[in-house]
Write a protein that binds this ligand. Structure first.
Ligand code: GLN
Length: 568
């Protein structure tokens, strides 16, 4: 065994306690790892920190692969309620993920895939399936080494498949969550097998500042970090999140308690706009310090010019004109449920130098008090976002109807497309009883109906029409023009219902233009009303592929129309 690395030894001994399935072609040290954990509490911006660091590494010319490790037992995020967990983000390959993946994609400006997202449910499912096939014959399957081994295998497979210079692994939740134990243990083992200059541990903690005291307190952070140490993980870097800048004394306390040199304890206070974060972190040399631990700081040099440019272009000047946009949805009290839409609007802000104020309209309330619909006049544009189920749907149909009648810019996304069709069918085509079979299975005019391939499906996990598909744009339409006259665009879908092709003719006859469709099929995917100030809707989710400095054209032109005030 002499001359071999620890990992090679482990891989070559099949009957030892070192169970680590190493993927073919993997070599220890071929990839650097940054493992990001949280302590004290969730919601301190760990995802934003991870995304910003990805941006900084990419800015240095590194090939970066982010990975999110979620502790929950769902196999993916598809069945999660956005009200509890935030938006379900859809990748191009159809994987339904946590919203952090959306943030990684936006900051890296690249598409991610199934291999960038692991849940405990996926790990256990893989292990149980392997066990049934006899893969562990003769052995009892254990949390250590089998569960931890499987987690490491997923991580290393990403390294083999994408050949990144660095894999940035964000562990969901906080240190001390019972369900996170195996993920953390797997990361400890990863460090043991890869050696200390290949794995860097960063703990993002929170320094509280109780208003009654008016000063920063570090005890909660100390205890959180101690917890990490007790699991055998020595952090290399501590990021102290706080509301206001922390004093030197706090950094010193944290340093003393965590064996982390004080220059590697970095304070990161709240900022207004998230795209300012990468530059702020660069100024604190956070990326430099991480790469020092990994011994590649000299190999990959920063490109500050590009970073400053990027940050500036995303900014909106203080004197910029502003528009008021309302989102008419169901989960109005949880902004995270619509995070990609808010981001897509933000992408327009920089490009158009326009401030966008977003407001929320609860469509369930509109149903109870229909008179309140007149309040829509107070907005420069209305978005009806995606959604499922009955609650609030009549309110959404009423919103789509009102915007059409009153010439208020309207952007419908997925369900927003479907309600625009229902409203138009009912009041313009006079199809009384028009509805979606999702809402009213036996309605008189099923203008929105189940996709044919959905009829045989019974389970609810990963069974919708999901992921990236081509959309064909019809020449001569607004959609064609605003997408630079491209014949095809690729967008992401997540739905079960569609416009019933039997109604295309009557809707078209009354003036609804279908400007985007599935190639080679009579499946309509973009609608527009050309006489209207702006009335467009799509069956896909343009918000998932909108990126900083590259807003989706539908959002961009919707905001442009909203800016043209006093027209109605
Ligand atoms: N509930 C609708 C469908 O399944 C819309 C889905 C959505 O808005 N994502 O088709």
């Amino acid at each position: 065994m002499k001359g071999k690395t620890l990992l090679e030894n482990i891989a070559s001994i099949s009957s030892t306690e070192f169970y680590t399935p190493v993927p073919k072609g993997y070599k220890a040290g071929m990839t650097k790892y940054l493992v990001i954990t949280g302590s004290v509490m969730s919601g301190i911006g760990k995802g934003m920190l991870t995304s910003s660091l990805c941006k900084l590494f990419a800015n240095r010319g590194m090939n970066v692969e982010p990975m999110k490790l979620e502790a929950y037992l769902n196999v993916d995020a598809g069945t999660l309620n956005p009200f509890r967990h935030g938006e379900v983000f859809v990748l191009d390959d159809g994987t339904e993920t946590d919203m952090d993946l959306g943030s990684y994609e936006r900051f890296l400006d690249k598409n991610l895939g199934r291999e960038n997202f692991i849940t405990s449910g996926l790990i256990y499912k893989t292990i149980v399936e392997k066990e049934r096939k006899g893969a562990y014959l003769g052995r009892d399957v254990q949390f250590i080494p089998h569960v931890t081994g499987e987690i490491k295998r997923f991580v290393r497979e990403l390294a083999v498949k994408k050949k990144p210079d660095i894999v940035v692994i964000e562990i969901g939740g906080t240190v001390g969550d019972y369900e996170n134990m195996f993920a953390l243990e797997a990361m400890r083992e990863l460090m043991y097998e890869e050696s200390s200059h290949n794995v860097c541990f960063l703990n993002a903690t929170y320094i509280i500042e109780p208003p009654s005291l008016g000063e920063h307190k570090s005890k909660a952070a100390q205890l959180g970090i101690r917890r990490l140490l007790s699991l055998g993980i020595q952090p290399n870097i501590i990021v102290c999140r706080s509301h206001t800048p922390i004093p030197k004394a706090i950094k010193e306390k944290i340093s003393l308690n965590s064996n982390v040199p004080v220059e590697r304890v970095i304070g990161v206070e709240d900022i207004d706009k998230i795209y300012e974060l990468p530059l702020a972190l660069r100024k604190k040399e956070l990326d430099e310090k991480i790469l020092e631990v990994l011994r590649v700081e000299k190999k990959f040099r920063p490109n500050n010019k590009e970073l400053i440019e990027w940050t500036k272009k995303n900014r909106v000047s203080k004197k910029a004109p502003s528009v008021k946009i309302a989102l008419a949805g169901k989960y109005t009290n949880v902004k995270d449920a619509y995070i990609s839409i808010l981001k897509a609007l933000e992408h327009c802000e920089g490009v158009l130098n326009t401030r966008i104020e977003t407001c929320w309209i609860d469509t369930a309330k509109l149903e109870r008090e229909p008179r309140k619909i007149a309040s829509l006049k107070n907005y420069d544009g209305i978005i009806v976002p995606g959604g499922f189920g009955k609650r609030g749907i009549e309110g959404k149909i009423a919103v789509a109807d009102y915007c059409r009648k009153k010439n208020i810019p309207y952007l419908g996304l997925c369900l927003g497309f479907q309600v625009a069709v229902i409203a138009f069918a009912r009041s313009v085509c006079k199809l009384k009883g028009a509805n979606s079979t999702e809402i009213e299975p036996k309605c008189k005019h099923a203008v929105i109906d189940l996709l044919p391939e959905q009829r045989q499906i019974s389970g609810l996990g990963a069974t919708m029409r999901l992921g990236g598909h081509d959309v064909e744009l019809m020449p001569g339409t607004i959609a064609h023009r605003i997408h630079g006259k491209q014949s095809f665009i690729r967008r992401r879908f997540r739905h079960r219902y569609e416009l019933n092709p039997e109604y295309i003719e009557i809707l078209s006859k009354h003036g609804m233009v279908f400007s985007g469709k599935a190639p080679d099929k009579r499946v309509m995917q973009i609608l527009e009303l050309p006489q209207h100030k702006f009335y467009m809707a799509c069956q896909y989710h343009p918000e998932f592929t909108s990126r900083p400095l590259k807003p989706d054209p539908l959002f961009l032109h919707f905001i442009k129309a909203a800016r043209r005030k006093h027209v109605r």
